[in-house]
Ligand binder design. Sequence first.
Ligand code: KIV
Length: 320
Amino acid sequence: MRVHHLASAKKDGTKLVMLTAYDAVTARILDAAGTDLLLVGDSIGNVMLGHDSTLPVELDEMVVATRSVARATKRALVVADLPFGTYEAGPEQALASAVRLMKAGANAVKLEGGTPRAASVRALAQAGIPVVGHLGFTPQSVNMLGGFRVQGRGEAADVLMADAQALAEAGAVALVLEMVPEPLAARVTESLTIPTVGIGAGARCDGQVLVWTDMAGMTDWSPRFAHQFGQVGEALRQATTGPRCARSPSPRRSTGSAPDSDKTHSTMAGALNHRLEGRSREPDASFYAYDHDFFGFPCVLGLTGRPRAAWHADSRDAQS
Ligand code: KIV
């Protein structure tokens, strides 16, 4: 997926699929599944770093996440968010920050705001950096907007229309519309040649974006508009505490003399406790294979495609 495919998708009427990703393991799965755009969103602040807004996110944190996602992505266009405080001062600051994200492997950057950002969008475009705009509810301005609420109602609709035009004219390659009424999102979409990607903006945008953990059922709370397509959180809980994690010695594990007690615990938590309590210290093949399985947690969950043979090799290394 390249930047010119965005405009052609709009022309063809092909809907774009954008999901957030913050690390390599997730990016690999979402990319292989055919996601068009992977957004290294500053929602990493809420989703992964435990903040209650995106405001504390640092550019250095975005650089690490962007590198991880870019390394694991083969097809999707990687878009990285410019975090709060790294571009508002003007084109020069925006360019310096965007260059860091591009060097980390992004194919485009995203920034929030309308007409006041047009000069920065133009400067980045002229420097060869594709920019995705973001209008409507812009989380970095949550304090100014008075909370998590729909934007663009009443007279504010015309302001949003003008902002969309200004960003497009400045050279933005796509526009995220967050929490705006569907008729307004449709008006913006029809008025632009660049695609709109909606989140809580109805079905008439050129594409949709979701925070992947909302989509996958990973969190206790998610916005009303975020459709859940899976229950990964529950799968994780079960893998950690339930029978899916039951351990019976496999031929691989029985290459050493597995202590009998190793066969008794049926959960990952049990396995860890067992080890911490010092009941299984013998450096036999069974122990290390088991240990590697524990720390190869994503593999146990079926999240990675790492060949089993590699784990064998690791466990041999661990013994030497
Ligand atoms: O950071 C993010 O996840 C976003 C999406 C909500 C569009 O900006």
